[in-house]
Design a protein around this ligand. Structure first.
Ligand code: FAD
Length: 501
């Protein structure tokens, strides 16, 4: 049933992880007349990882009207300029590169020279084409400067965060409750379905029954409503992304608080290092087809210098893929219940936000009907697949040769048509960014992100020499860009100072 304003009268959200509470906050904020109840299971708990974000988390907090000063200190949160990819390539000079979040200065002042020098490099000129030289946020990261500029700085800059996921969940829970969301502890044991296929109620283990007009499935990898009850198909990504497990443990902070996530390639996967205010969060994401959990834990301890330490490690399984429909009947899946792509680019929370935000828009446009269900599902699937392709590209482009894991990933032929076309353009196009737009290949990632990745690993296919290329001002141009970035940097504060630590 709908209210007079075309919104559901009552919504039940199953699951109190980050996804469930994000949905509760956004819905409570946008649909004031709707009664919202969230049911979560203490005995099952939350996954309790997921501590890095993209700039979308800022958009989420802006949308629910919560300022950084309200949530960041309470979640031990820090700022994030981007991700440092370390040891994914063995090509001299390209052992590490930084993938920055976008800043307005990129496209106006620095990226054109980056593109030009990549073309020159591919034609055999010895020019500097490493991404770290061309982006403001790479510079900020090297200098440990946070991403908030002085007021007089005229260019926009986007950034993400690192945070304690359990504290973030609790913060969001309290905030949603203050907006009228009802929190219920209980384990759902059964889901009731009407004759027309819509859901009518969830039954809890204690015998109580909760009825609603619309349901949000945020039950994590359980996917209790969308996959288990409504039997929506699941599309696995395991042919393109082989990692299926992770081992996680904290470590002590370094003296200097980094302002970026670090993703270091190990023997059979990669390890993240996420700086919070009180600790580093670390994890090794790997494929159990290549290394077992004990070996992975030992390798992570070695990597962190914690071989002798008794800090507990936590082992997790990951299911990588997505549902075919994220909205079906009177149910929306949000979070791990709708799918998961391995955390290399920290995109899961972004996808949850996109899903809820877009659902609200499509549901309102359809005046409370399922008119736009197909369009919505197509849209969300494109987002998932676009992110998948970008992450697959990291593995395809890796330049390591020290284990079957890295060799098999580089040789993997199971890539999407879109990714195959992007890689073709990289090898053959004289205007990679322009052609990505021309052939409608720009999805979840902008051309400059693709260029960062491919140039960052030192992948420069040889092209025919263009005799008209003007190489004479090369050093002056690079010096000019470096000087511009350095002067921009004067407008930014040290990360710890910014956090008042
Ligand atoms: C190794 C790893 C690293 C990650 N890193 C990142 C990252 O850096 N950035 C990022 O954005 N994301 C990351 N993620 C993803 C991120 O953890 C999740 O997207 C996020 O935590 C949201 O999870 P969730 O709320 O969907 O599920 P969960 O946290 O698992 O919550 C599920 C909820 O459903 C409840 N529930 C389940 N079954 C029932 C039932 N029968 N009855 C009642 N309640 C039930 C549970 O109790 C819980 O409250 C990572 C994931 C993994 C596995």
């Amino acid at each position: 049933m709908l209210n007079n304003d075309g919104k559901p009268k009552k919504i039940i959200i199953v699951g109190g992880g980050t996804a469930g509470w994000m949905a509760a906050n956004l819905l409570a904020c946008k649909w004031k007349g709707t009664e919202i109840c969230l049911v979560e299971s203490k005995e099952i708990g939350i996954i309790g990882v997921g501590e890095g974000s993209t700039p979308h988390l800022k958009l989420f907090f802006d949308a629910i009207g919560v300022a950084e000063s309200q949530w960041m200190p309470r979640c031990n949160a820090t700022y994030k300029n981007g991700i440092n990819f370390d040891k994914w390539s063995t090509i001299a000079g390209f052992e590490s590169y930084f993938h920055p979040f976008p800043a307005q200065t990129d496209d106006i002042f620095t990226v054109p020279l980056f593109y030009k020098n990549i073309q020159a490099r591919m034609q055999g000129y010895k020019v500097n084409a490493h991404p770290d030289n061309y982006f403001l946020e790479s510079y900020l990261s090297r200098k440990n400067l946070g991403p908030l500029p002085d007021e007089c700085f005229p260019f926009g800059i986007s950034y993400g965060y690192h945070f304690d996921s359990a504290l973030l969940g609790e913060f969001l829970a309290k905030n949603a409750q203050s907006q009228g969301v009802k929190r219920i502890y209980g384990t759902v044991s059964d889901v009731l379905v009407k004759n027309d296929g819509n859901l009518s109620a969830v039954k809890l283990k204690n015998g109580s029954q909760l009825e609603a007009d619309f349901f949000i499935d945020s039950s994590g990898f359980n996917s209790l409503l969308m996959q288990k009850t409504l039997k929506v198909n699941y599309k696995s990504f395991k042919d393109n992304l082989v990692n299926n497990a992770a081992v996680v443990m904290p470590s002590e902070l370094s003296q200097v608080l980094p302002v970026a996530t670090k993703a270091t390639a190990l023997s059979n996967g990669w390890a993240w290092q996420i700086p919070l205010r009180n600790r580093f969060g670390n994890g090794y994401v790997y494929s159990s087809d290549y290394i077992d959990s004990n070996q992975a834990e030992t390798e992570l301890r070695q990597h962190l210098g914690l071989l002798e330490s008794d800090i507990d490690a936590r082992h997790l399984k990951m299911k990588v893929g997505r549902v075919e429909k994220h909205w079906h009947k009177n149910c929306l899946a949000v979070g791990l219940s709708q799918g998961f792509i391995e955390p290399l680019e920290a995109t899961a929370i972004t996808l949850s936000f996109n899903t809820i935000e877009q659902f609200i828009q499509y549901f309102e446009e359809g005046k409370g009907t399922n008119k736009f269900e197909d369009a919505f599902n197509k849209d969300i699937n494109l987002r998932f697949d676009g992110i998948r392709d970008y992450i697959v590209c990291h593995y395809k482009a890796n330049q390591r040769n020290d284990s079957d894991y890295w060799r098999d990933n580089a040789a993997n032929k199971n890539i999407s048509e879109n990714l195959s076309q992007i890689l073709y353009l990289w090898r053959h196009s004289q205007d990679f960014a322009g052609d990505m737009h021309k052939y409608k290949l720009v999805g979840s990632y902008q051309p400059k992100s693709w260029v960062c990745l491919l140039a960052g690993y030192g992948v420069f296919p040889k092209k025919e020499m263009d005799q008209t290329f003007d190489y004479s001002n090369h050093q002056q141009e690079i010096d000019g860009v470096n000087d511009f970035i350095r002067r921009c940097g004067l407008n930014f504060k040290n990360h710890s100072e910014l956090l008042l630590l």
